[in-house]
Design a protein. Sequence first.
Length: 241
Amino acid sequence: MIPETVKVNGGRKPIHNMSDMLDLTLPLTEKILRYPGDSLPIFKKETDIERGDVLTVSHLSMNCHAGTHVDAPAHFLGDGETLDELRLGRFHGPAVVYEYLDCDVIASQDLRAAQIPERHHMFLKTRNSELLQRDTFSSTYCTVSPDAAELLCALQPLSVGFDYYSLDPYEEETGFPAHTVFARAGIPVYVCLNLKDVPVGEYLFSGFPLRLAGAEASPVRAVLMQAVESSRRENHSRKVT
């Protein structure tokens, strides 16, 4: 069930305030920041009213991992679940945003300093939010350690979200250890969430993928909905320095 309230400053506030929706989605263009080796989206007009056609019809060709998207376990495991095999509750529900701006690697001890609720979408805001605004990929992004991933899995998150293309270091010799931890637990991971201007705190999240049969990933429109009067709440309780 969708909660009608969230905890704010020790009390409960209504969560549904559609005027305070926060869009976490990067604009999808042919020049979007991409992971090295991945192809860029290609847009073209098959017909165009401005050219005298009766209708405008656009064609899109793209890698499923371009821009803001969600990875299913099948992206990292041969026998992992694909997106259409995950229940819809994995893409919607209560969420919490934490901030780790001074970390190069988020470790389990960093997470233990926060009071992390169970069965929420867990979003980690890092210094990567600034890197995400650039045109070129940076290999020096903040990452998540496998032990931190194990700790989060114990809390049964609905999903985990991050503000760059990968939880793991670029060109990691051992593959994708943090991602694999979540994949083995059946937990989808959202990447390239634009958390730059998102305050820490509790929200209602929606980030549904396309219903692509057998796909390991899909672009999403990721949105957070704030609680009423959330602009006046204090955010210090979930900020980690």
